[in-house]
Design a protein around this ligand. Structure first.
Ligand code: HDD
Length: 713
């Protein structure tokens, strides 16, 4: 098969325009002579209706905005490619998975769910992880999240979930936050959400970077091979840089200091050649095993533990090109879980089935026309021929008189493809059932995997979950909602509930006071089902943690270090650390009291990247204060102290050498520093190779969480 990684780029380039060395024109191509003044009756007279140039410009401007996405409005995307490493023709006939080395162009968009388009990147929220594959057999969209399960089991509850989490309708507050009454009111009545709640209260919901998140297809899908045999599949994206988070206090501060933190991080990484990369993995469940597990494969609030079904890597995705135009590409891209190619099919997961309706419907109102597939970023690289016609903003000029099938006037064209010719055919699943509104009893376990998730976490991670719940429920004003939540949490882990309750100044209610129905109205006989706890056959799973996650490696590639300097700084120390960081593909940024330059100990000059005013510790992964007597002039500086305090509080590596060590020894947290804290590196020897290596090794551990008070122990 032809490798056509650049084909989408070629196609997009036909639609590109850049004004370099070109005349300014109207939309009709007429050259403009004066773009600064409207047409008037005399210099001080009224403007004339006749001014078609003014009217066109203003009219276009008035219509520049389109409705933002109902959910996942805030996001960022990039181009790249998917390359097969381990083909799986025995499992699927999908062409893009057939041959090792075959590359398919992709566009990937990451997002938060609840906030508006202009909201902060660092909200506590699920992250969307959508990949559009421009395959030779048509568009394939894998529209997933960075969390492998979901809040609800049936699409019928999706509008309720989203209404509950969005800003409250009477006053439109709070923005991009789940910490308010309506969200927790809904959750406290929906025991099926408890597994997802554990994930959302964990640090998965505050990633360090889009590049350091796992991705999941969430639902069980089907793969179909050439012989028509089907297997169930769960999709996983495993990040090359490991799975990492920031601290919650840090996330909130980042939201103020740089609400575009993730967007900028993705952009800069690609711009500087640090191309983000993920492996695509599959968990394959043979059809015969559909009912083998204690959970239902069709229930989207359940995952398949990797201990039961390992993840097999089939390929890798590299994002290597930023969009040229945010609106044209990232904003106008239209994903849809129903965009599948031959060899991939759906399961009967009722949440997925509802999604199959919702996405085209939403594009119709967001992009305004059934021709949204003609927008360059949405266009298939496989040829499109059919009898769909007309509609708003149709781009294609269909020639000929035939727009129906069957026809004889057009020679029967375009003609249908046989299955052997690549025609899509759905898996022939036998369905023989009563038509009912209800839920399978096999969906009634609402706590088994919530327990599995909580039990799998390290004590630091459990402590973070407790803190997150204290924060979120602490913002809830209605005591009855908090109480119901404590009741539900006690079903996951009594200790967890007790510890959250302490923070709320409340007592955990007894089981009898906890509503455990499906959250649907009790007057409906199908809704009376009681929640159950089915013990997971896996006691604990490292793949569910972030801190012991098998994706983690000690790499510090693309991490940022704040190097704090003042006049008299050791030039050797700065050069040495910058060189060492560069070798690891990490970056040192110079921060001083003011912008401009500082004078070094050898009378050289160092360019300052940020002042204390334009930088903040929360925007960096580690801090280094190099030797130099001048730094002592900053010892009383409040900005420096805040910088260091935050770095310490957020468990980052802090290092100083030579005379700069004095700054750390009188920092407000100095008394708390222990000999066991490998994240505090103080060295008397300046610019030594071993110091740089120690610093890099410590950064490779990401954070030294043991510094924090642990609420779980
Ligand atoms: Fe959805 C967008 C992921 C359930 C309805 N969804 C959207 C996006 C992602 C997801 C990543 C953003 C796509 C982009 O970047 O443009 N959604 C999920 C996942 C779900 C899920 C992983 C559960 C497993 N979604 C879900 C349900 C419904 C929707 C049950 C409706 C019944 N989702 C939508 C939508 C959106 C959307 C309203 C808004 C913008 C868009 O589709 O294009 O149709």
């Amino acid at each position: 098969m032809e490798n056509f990684q650049d084909e989408k780029q070629r196609e997009l380039s036909f639609n590109k325009s850049d004004g370099t060395n070109k005349f300014l024109t109207t939309d009709q191509g007429v050259k403009i002579n004066d773009d600064n003044n409207s047409l008037k009756a005399g210099e001080r007279g009224p403007s004339l209706l006749e001014d078609f140039i003014l009217r066109e410009k203003i009219t276009h401007f008035d219509h520049e905005r389109i409705p933002e996405r109902i959910v996942h409005a805030r996001g960022s995307g990039a181009h790249g490619f998917f390359e097969v490493t381990n083909p799986i023709p025995e499992l699927t006939k999908a062409g893009f998975l057939q041959e090792a080395g075959l590359k398919t162009p992709v566009f990937t968009r990451f997002s938060t769910v609840a906030g508006s388009r202009g909201s902060t990147d660092l909200a506590r929220d699920v992250r969307g992880f959508s990949v559009k594959f421009y395959t030779q057999e048509g568009i394939y969209d894998l529209v997933g999240n960075n969390i492998p399960v979901f809040f609800i089991q049936d699409a019928a509850k999706f509008p309720d979930l989203i209404h509950a989490v969005k800003p409250e309708p009477h006053n439109e507050m709070p923005q991009a936050a789940s910490a308010h009454d309506t969200f927790w009111d809904f959750i406290s009545l929906m025991p099926e959400s408890m597994h997802m709640i554990m994930w959302v209260m964990s640090d998965r919901a505050i990633p360090r970077s889009y590049r350091m998140m796992e991705g999941f297809g969430v639902h069980t899908f089907r793969l179909i091979n050439e012989a028509g045999k089907s297997s169930f599949v769960k999709f996983h994206w495993k990040p090359k840089l490991g799975t990492h988070a920031v601290a919650w206090d840090e996330a909130q501060k980042i939201s103020g200091k740089n609400p575009d933190f993730h967007r900028q991080d993705l952009w800069e990484a690609i711009d500087t050649g640090n191309f983000p990369e993920w492996e695509l993995g599959v968990q394959i469940i043979p059809s015969e095993d559909e009912e083998k597990y204690e959970f239902d494969l069709l229930d989207p609030t359940k995952l398949v533990p990797e201990e039961l079904v390992p993840v097999t890597i089939v390929g890798r995705m590299v994002l290597n090109k930023n969009p040229d135009n945010f609106f044209a590409e990232t904003e106008q891209i239209a994903f849809h879980p129903g965009h599948v190619v031959p060899g991939i099919d759906f399961s009967n997961d009722p949440l997925l089935q509802g999604r199959l309706f919702s996405y085209t419907d939403t594009q119709l109102s967001r992009l305004g026309s059934p021709n949204f597939h003609e927008i360059p970023i949405n266009r298939s690289v496989a040829p499109v021929h059919n009898n769909q016609r007309d509609g708003h903003m149709r781009q294609e000029i269909n020639v000929g008189r035939v727009s129906y099938h069957p026809n004889s006037l057009g020679g029967g064209c375009p003609y249908q493809a046989k299955i052997a010719e690549g025609g899509f055919s759905s898996f022939e699943e036998r369905v023989d059932a009563h038509k009912i509104r209800g839920r399978s009893e096999s969906f009634a376990d609402h706590f088994g995997q919530a327990k599995l998730f909580f039990n799998s976490q390290t004590s630091t991670e459990k402590s973070h979950i407790i803190k997150a719940l204290r924060f979120e429920l602490g913002k809830v004003e209605t005591a009855a909602i908090r109480l119901r939540m404590l009741g539900l949490l006690s079903q996951v882990d009594r200790d967890l509930a007790e510890k959250v309750a302490v923070g709320l100044g409340m007592k955990v209610p007894s089981i009898l006071e906890t509503p455990l129905n499906h959250g649907v109205s009790p007057e409906n006989e199908n809704g009376n089902q009681e929640s159950k706890t089915v013990a997971s056959s896996v006691a604990s799973s490292d793949a569910l943690t972030m801190l012991k996650n098998p994706t983690n490696t000690p790499t510090i590639a693309s991490r940022k270090v704040a190097i704090i300097v003042a006049d008299g700084v050791s030039e050797a120390a700065v050069t040495n650390i910058k060189k060492a960081l560069l070798k690891e593909d990490a970056k040192g940024c110079i921060i001083a009291k003011n912008l401009g330059t500082v004078v070094t100990d050898t009378d050289g000059e160092i360019h300052v990247d940020f002042s204390f005013l334009t930088a903040s510790s929360v925007l960096f992964d580690a801090v280094y204060i190099p030797d130099g007597l001048g730094i002592n002039t900053l010892i009383e500086n409040d900005d420096l102290n805040e910088f260091l305090n935050d770095a310490y509080k957020h468990c980052k590596v802090i290092a100083a050498d030579g005379a700069a060590s004095a700054v750390l020894s009188i920092a407000p947290f100095a008394s708390k520093i222990t000999n066991q804290d490998d994240g505090m590196i103080i060295n008397s020897e300046v610019a030594s190779e071993s110091f740089a290596q120690k610093f890099i090794a410590a950064m490779g551990k990401h954070r030294f969480w043991e510094r924090e008070p642990n609420l779980y122990n």
